[in-house]
Design a protein around this ligand. Sequence first.
Ligand code: NAG
Ligand code: NAG
Ligand code: NAG
Ligand code: NAG
Ligand code: NAG
Ligand code: NAG
Ligand code: NAG
Length: 527
Amino acid sequence: MAFHCEILRRLFLLPALLVLTISGLSKNLAGDSFPIREASVHDLQAAFQQKQLSSRQLVEFYLGEIGKLNPVLRGVIEVNPDALNQADKADRERKMNAPAAGSSLSGLHGIPVLLKDNIGSKDRLNTTAGSLALEGSIVPGDAGVVKKLRKAGAIILGKASLAEWSHFRSLNQPSGWSARGGQGLNPYLLSNDTCGSSSGSAISVAANMVAVSLGTETDGSIICPASFNSVVGIKPTVGLTSRAGVIPISPRQDSVGPICRTVSDAVHVLDAIVGFDKKDAKATRKASRFIPKGGYLQFLKENGLQGKRLGIVRKPFFKIIGDSFVEKAFEEHLKKLRKKGAILMDNLTIAQVDAILDLFHSGELIALYAEFKQSLNAYLKELVASPIRSLADAIAFNQNFSKLEKIEEYPQDIFLNANSTNGIGEVEKEALMNMSRLSRDGFEKLMMENNLDALVTPDSRVSSVLAFGGYPGITVPAGYNRKGLPFGIFFSGLKGSEPKLIEIAYAFEQATKVRVPPPNISTDMIS
Ligand SMILES: *[C@@H]1O[C@H](CO)[C@@H](O)[C@H](O)[C@H]1NC(C)=O
Ligand SMILES: *[C@@H]1O[C@H](CO)[C@@H](O)[C@H](O)[C@H]1NC(C)=O
Ligand SMILES: *[C@@H]1O[C@H](CO)[C@@H](O)[C@H](O)[C@H]1NC(C)=O
Ligand SMILES: *[C@@H]1O[C@H](CO)[C@@H](O)[C@H](O)[C@H]1NC(C)=O
Ligand SMILES: *[C@@H]1O[C@H](CO)[C@@H](O)[C@H](O)[C@H]1NC(C)=O
Ligand SMILES: *[C@@H]1O[C@H](CO)[C@@H](O)[C@H](O)[C@H]1NC(C)=O
Ligand SMILES: *[C@@H]1O[C@H](CO)[C@@H](O)[C@H](O)[C@H]1NC(C)=O
């Protein structure tokens, strides 16, 4: 689910013939007066209560926006033919103030959610990780997180595009491209990268094609696209959210989390999806230990930075910004964090950070290849029906349909390498031990020795540091470079530190309010 490889990112240019100006973004009104565009979950719930807005109007608005914007942005693969019915049901429940048994008029009741296309839903939507090989496959049930969303009364609006197979087909595949979804584009700068693999989830909330979305992360795939598209992404501690029914990369590293326009929205979604799932029992058994009584909303505190100890590791994370304009913006942000009461511990180091960040030597790729084959084969075997039943079938499918799957342009080297593994053998065991050691002596030691609440870094290059150990993090919009391309600031911490990370991220967001909606789509964005 969600693998992202910074160094291998590619630039995709739009065909020059794209000449359009889309006025859809200006259509702000639904109902009579409520402006939906940029509305938060909190705003939407208030509008529902004051009868300024219905879920049907909300879904109609988003379907309209998807119709207008998605032919260009390609953030959405499929819309749910049942979304309007679900909206009507939510409206009826709200009217009667009598939600269906087991559900409640919670924060997500009547709110449309987009699911990354590797998250299974037992409805008329396909679940394909963007690949034609899974078109028409039938999942045995809703993914664990989807069950929780439905229970909360959320509306499943559709499936978001992604880097095909969550960027785990080739080290050389583009962010945001899949055979079924096409090339997703960054709404802030169409010529630039969306990052991936949860690209469509980020594009779609950024461009107001949906209220909130879910992505998945194995190594960077929530936090990178969120920061590139000027939205908030939470990568939860591995095991806080169920991965059952999600097309996997690695049960050891995969995590499902929200991608939303604000920290508050992301926390509403987090509240709805966390917790034990008997179908992912081994990992989620620990979840209740981490989940605070009363949920996560209580940590949306404007003074959340007060007294927080924040670690700054400049090498190599600040160097690679390589843009003096952005670097200056970051120094300003550090000042702001201090001004809001945080204690900054500067110039810290992570032991063997270069080894940690080197996919080829850290052991990460070795482990992921073997884990991917095992877990994907298990996923495919459980499907009720499927054109493919194993990784080997997927490889054969890609060979059979090499044109449609663009195998010559974006090969399937990861698939082939994974296919040649044979479970967790001696080499994999050694790789796993290396990663545990790097994690313990690196990030964990840094956090403990300095008694830190969070590490602060620009962009998502730090993702591998967190990936090994199953650590959480939150990215928040932090600015736009001279060209208008967004960048984020990233707060990460030890397992189960979501409450502190939310306090920090929310306080930063409220103190800076960096996010602005993307510009209207027009040709001058294609430079
Ligand atoms: C977007 O386009 C609409 C008309 O299509 C216009 O009214 C609005 O001002 C534009 N917004 C921006 C930021 O250019
Ligand atoms: C699911 O995929 C099939 C193609 O196999 C397509 O006909 C159908 O419309 C898709 N479902 C939705 C909801 O888009
Ligand atoms: C963004 O586009 C510019 C060219 O317009 C290019 O120089 C830069 O490398 C791109 N950045 C990314 C991250 O794709
Ligand atoms: C961090 O190190 C740089 C030199 O690399 C130095 O200029 C700066 O003063 C140091 N900051 C702190 C807070 O130690
Ligand atoms: C994939 O592995 C299987 C054995 O598990 C083997 O039979 C098959 O030939 C391999 N496919 C490719 C394309 O290497
Ligand atoms: C690929 O093509 C071969 C030969 O036509 C066929 O036997 C096989 O079933 C196909 N496999 C897939 C997964 O499409
Ligand atoms: C484990 O780390 C050692 C020491 O850095 C290295 O020599 C070895 O190749 C690594 N093993 C694997 C499987 O990555």
